[in-house]
Design a protein around this ligand. Structure first.
Ligand code: NAD
Length: 352
């Protein structure tokens, strides 16, 4: 066994069907009485239902959570939080809503309960990404990690099929990068491979039968494990490339992860095939990169950058940005290597 460091993150997880009904009891456990329920506009009705269920424990709702956590939205929600004299937030939704709860907690240290409805995994991390005047920055802080996460499988039954597929691939990306991370450890590697296995089994069922409760349960379980990996380990090339395409080219988050992942993985597989062998096995494939490509294709998810808004003439600039600041990756790379990985992702060719 190689030497390692393992930090167990604090935080309580409640997992099951209909668990949203335990929200009030979870507030009582923490001695909390006045929650602000956060959602996106698309999930406003769900937030209102939760607030009605909580009765006097809900001080109000704020339904303007926005992708990439813009500062002006955080400031508006903070003003409401102050005027309502809340003592906690409850984020009901995907990574965008969770991001708003985190942004408020980072500034106020207010306790957070998160009820995730996608597979993004943000709820398990102490990472906050936010945008100020179009510039995205990332910060890590213990105040950002939610105190309680309530996974309610029933809330994911209505997650649209296309978002289920890409959000699931986004979760898998965290786990793939965790198994070869420079700060990898055996506990997180086990969780990562199990997370990939659960998602790879569940997602093909979900695209055919979105209401399949067992598959939805497996997928959310897998997403939790992959989220733990994201929170525990430093990410490498794949996440860096996605950050470039999301931050500088405004490509959609989960779709970008889906398209890049097979190619970044295949590139790293050249250097660390042994570390990626359990990933390939969990996918039922000979090679991890190919297995991820085949999985995305079988889900009907996008496999070409060209199909999610990237222009060919932006690839040189993207490769330039991605190699500006040095960062660790299991396989050292040049600008030309990165440009080649990006070209494969642009074309959507199966990794060799
Ligand atoms: P999202 O939260 O933006 O959700 C996409 C849309 O789907 C929203 O309109 C949302 O309301 C809707 N939606 C969510 N769940 C639904 C459901 N069950 N049924 C119907 N509609 C539903 O998407 P996301 O991919 O979950 O999150 C992306 C954001 O999260 C990005 O900004 C990304 O940077 C961030 N993120 C952060 C971390 C972190 O650790 N900080 C990790 C992963 C993602």
């Amino acid at each position: 066994m190689n030497p390692f460091v393992y930090n167990a993150a604090q935080g309580r997880v409640v997992f099951g069907h209909g668990t949203i009904e335990q929200t009030g009891a979870e507030m009582e456990r923490l001695g909390l009485n006045r929650a602000l329920v956060l959602t996106t506009p698309q999930q406003a009705a769900d937030g209102k239902r939760l607030a009605d269920m909580l009765g006097v424990k809900a001080a109000g709702t704020y339904a303007t959570a926005t992708m990439h956590t813009p500062l002006e939205i955080t400031e508006e929600a903070m003003q409401l939080a102050q005027s309502l004299k809340i003592d906690c937030t409850i984020a009901l939704g995907g990574g965008s809503t969770t991001g708003l709860g985190k942004a408020i907690a980072y500034r106020t240290d207010l306790p957070q309960i998160v009820i995730p409805t996608t597979y993004a995994g943000s709820e398990m991390t102490d990472i906050l990404g936010e945008t100020k005047q179009g510039l995205k920055t990332t910060v890590r802080d213990p105040r950002i990690l939610p105190e309680v996460v309530i996974y309610d499988v029933d809330l994911t039954l209505g997650l649209p099929v296309s978002l289920s597929a890409t959000s699931g691939m986004n979760a898998i990306a965290h786990a793939v990068e965790a198994v070869y991370a420079k700060d990898k450890n055996p506990v997180i590697s086990l969780m990562s491979v199990e997370g990939i296995r659960a998602l790879a089994k569940a997602l093909p069922v979900i695209v055919k039968s979105p209401q399949d409760k067992e598959a939805r349960s497996d997928a959310l379980y897998g997403a939790w494990l992959c989220g733990v990996a994201l929170g525990a380990i430093s990410m490498s090339l794949h996440h860096k490339l996605c950050h470039v395409f999301g931050g500088s080219f405004d490509l959609p988050h989960a779709e970008t992860h889906t398209v890049i992942l097979p190619h970044a993985t295949a590139f790293n597989e050249g250097a660390v095939p042994d570390l990626l062998a359990p990933v390939a096995q969990a996918l039922g494939a000979k090679k991890a990169g190919q297995g991820l490509f085949d999985l995305a294709k079988s889900l009907g998810a996008p496999t070409r950058l060209a199909d999610i808004g990237m222009k060919a003439d932006g690839l040189d600039k993207a490769a330039e940005i991605a190699t500006q600041a040095p960062y660790w990756n299991p396989r050292p790379f040049t600008r030309e290597d990165i440009r080649n990985v990006m070209q494969s992702a642009f074309d959507g060719s199966r990794p060799q």
